[in-house]
Design a protein around this ligand. Structure first.
Ligand SMILES: [Cu+2]
Length: 258
């Protein structure tokens, strides 16, 4: 039902394990706003009617005598403060969000935004990330991979928007950063949005539950090519992912560090 209503306002169907929860939040926040809108509008119309000039020829300079409205105001302020402190600081996120550990066998992808492309980097068949050095970073080697390092030779890099693949029903951890300005890594179908900030590596995780081709867009105005800053990835079966991964890993570094 919620998915149907959201599809009517242009939202794509969710394709990750937590998508229904995000959709529920979006739906209930809008429902709350609708109830508030109708409630306040009703109150406004009631006030117009009740306090109209014809019914109140003489102004009342005393007004409300009870304390109910004060108590209500204080009550609302306390509830809002609890919500703000409870939900808006990281303690809450840490309490409800569990980053996949090694036991969950996540697929880890380094994501690097740059004007105006997305790059992806997976540790190779050896499961080890190649040595990275910021001094080696360039447009053709955004991760600064050291080609001389043995662990780097089999790393999988999909550069300048080259599509990459992910296995279905397995946790994915994206470690997101940027080479130049602030971008925002957005996977609309996965209900994932995380700013890509130069100098910081911020993780975001999800479990894709549907196979198919999906897009990455940039959700932060980042320059003249922002609208075209699109990336592509495909969620495939574990077998198909293994095949693709083995081929890419054998090819080595995705041709990323000449
Ligand atoms: Cu961008």
């Amino acid at each position: 039902m919620i998915e149907f209503l959201l599809s009517k306002v242009g939202m794509r169907p969710g394709a990750s394990a937590h998508a229904a929860e995000v959709d529920g939040l979006i739906f209930y926040v809008h429902l709350l706003m609708f109830v508030l809108f109708v409630g306040w509008l009703g109150f406004y119309l009631l006030a117009l009617l009740k306090f109209r000039r014809a019914a109140n020829p003489k102004a009342d300079y005393v007004g409300v005598k009870g304390h109910l409205s004060t108590y209500l105001e204080v009550g609302v302020a306390v509830v809002e403060a609890v919500l703000l402190v409870g939900l808006a600081i990281p303690i809450w996120a840490r309490a409800v969000d569990r980053m996949p550990t090694a036991a969950d066998k996540p697929v880890e992808v380094q994501i690097m935004g740059m004007q105006f492309k997305w790059n992806a980097h997976l540790a190779g068949a050896d499961g080890k990330w190649g040595k990275q050095d910021i001094k080696l970073a360039s447009a053709t080697n955004p991760y600064g991979l050291d080609g001389a390092d043995a662990a780097a030779k089999d790393d999988v890099t999909c550069l300048l928007g080259e599509p990459f693949k992910l296995p279905v029903n397995r946790p994915v951890v994206c470690r997101i950063s940027s080479m130049d300005v602030i971008h925002s890594f957005k996977l609309p179908d996965m209900r994932i949005t995380q700013d890509a900030i130069p100098g910081m590596v911020v993780p975001a995780h999800f479990i894709p539950t549907k196979t198919g081709k999906f897009v990455i867009i940039c959700a932060q105005l980042c320059g003249s090519g922002h609208a075209n800053m699109r990336g592509d990835f495909e969620v495939v079966s574990q077998e198909e992912f293994d095949k693709w991964f083995a081929e890419k890993s054998k090819a080595g570094g995705g041709g990323g560090f000449e």
